[in-house]
Design a protein around this ligand. Sequence first.
Ligand SMILES: Nc1ccn([C@@H]2O[C@H](COP(=O)(O)OP(=O)(O)OP(=O)(O)O)[C@@H](O)[C@H]2O)c(=O)n1
Ligand SMILES: O=C(CO)[C@H](O)[C@H](O)COP(=O)(O)O
Length: 420
Amino acid sequence: MEAGPPGSSRPTELGPCLSGQRGADQAASASLQSAARAQLGRHPLAVAAVLPAGGCGERMGVPTPKQFCPILERPLISYTLQALERVFWIKDIVVVVTGENMEVMKSIIQKYQHKRISLVEAGVTRHRSIFNGLKALAEDQLNCKLSKPEIVIIHDAVRPFVEEDILLKVVTAAKEHGAAGAIRPLVSTVISPSADGCLDHSLERARHRASEMPQAFLFDVIYEAYQQCSDYDLEFGTECLQLALKYCCTKAKLVEGSPDLWKVTYKRDLYAAESIVKERISQEVCVITDTKEDNKHVSHLLEEVLKSELNVMTSDLQETQKLLSILEESHLSILYPVVVVSVHFLDFKLVPPSQKMENLMQIREFAKEVKKRNIWLCGLLISYPQDEQKLQESLRQGAIIIASLIKERNSGLVGQLLIA
Ligand SMILES: Nc1ccn([C@@H]2O[C@H](COP(=O)(O)OP(=O)(O)OP(=O)(O)O)[C@@H](O)[C@H]2O)c(=O)n1
Ligand SMILES: O=C(CO)[C@H](O)[C@H](O)COP(=O)(O)O
């Protein structure tokens, strides 16, 4: 079973206790939390977030709006919500979706146990959706749990890889400047075409930046800007920072962001996002070793070979049960499929595989059962020849298969029995 909570490099969810890793993560998260308290001031600022998620994802070219497209069988928007929920000082998260997607969104919130989420109906453009989200925060509506924040973060729901440090930077900058936004170096040069479709001029790439998200604003600044906003800007605008400048004379502070802030727009972006998620959640593997004497030696050999493929954390049977109960209690597998590889060693010369097959085939039924809890189980039969060199080869094959199962997370292999 591969352990290790999902998502960013500093997971804070409950999860299997990894020896050194967890300690480092907790330290990193604690230092961010103390930085947040220091930078946001002794009386912590009231910070809320608005996530526009009311688009139809036309450029994605599929019927499902891209914010609901699956990554490892979980909707893209759920990853973004998880990233924001992890930030303790964001008190409310307003998600703006179309009326027709309201029920879908509610089911996602319930299934993945998202917290601090309020839903608001989208507008026909991104700016109108964001404006609706701000209105929900501005008006102390009756029996509405939302209250007006001092700072509001605006972040596209289709930008799942947002970390606490960039959120803290834009919020801190917005507190001082009134507005702030993440930027990235341009990859392509920006050109301006003339009316006849030829090049009029090009912009000096080094002197320009791409505007990304997250952005943050003093709530009163951005709310005022949207209230003054022309219909043309609401209809065709794409830049919130520009609204703050145009309508409130507020020059946003620009904050260099990480390469991970990109927006999922085209289908290739979805493939890239899934690869990044797989890579991030496959950093550790937990080897569950049989404590019976005759298998202990070969299990140890497998761990050694696995170390060349992945970071290996070893565990014995008792630890296995503890890990499994933590998994059950922490609902870790709700957010990400947990891969469990049940490894068996067999000297094919002494024991014909067919004799062992029967009880190994039980894996298929058991796998069907645990898949309901998002645990992806498959079996691996490793040849255990007496010849040391042949044993090393089959262990190497076994390690390659295990690493691939964890990194690739192919649900088609769930319940299968593979042989190395
Ligand atoms: N009327 C709209 C349009 C867009 N968005 C949201 O704004 C974010 C960024 O917009 P974009 O990438 O353009 O999304 P879509 O408009 O869905 O994409 P497309 O332009 O390809 O249709 C997305 O999270 C999208 O859901 C929104 O809340 N309301
Ligand atoms: O990068 C951004 C600057 O705030 C916006 O996400 C981007 O402009 C949205 O544009 P579109 O919705 O057309 O992709």
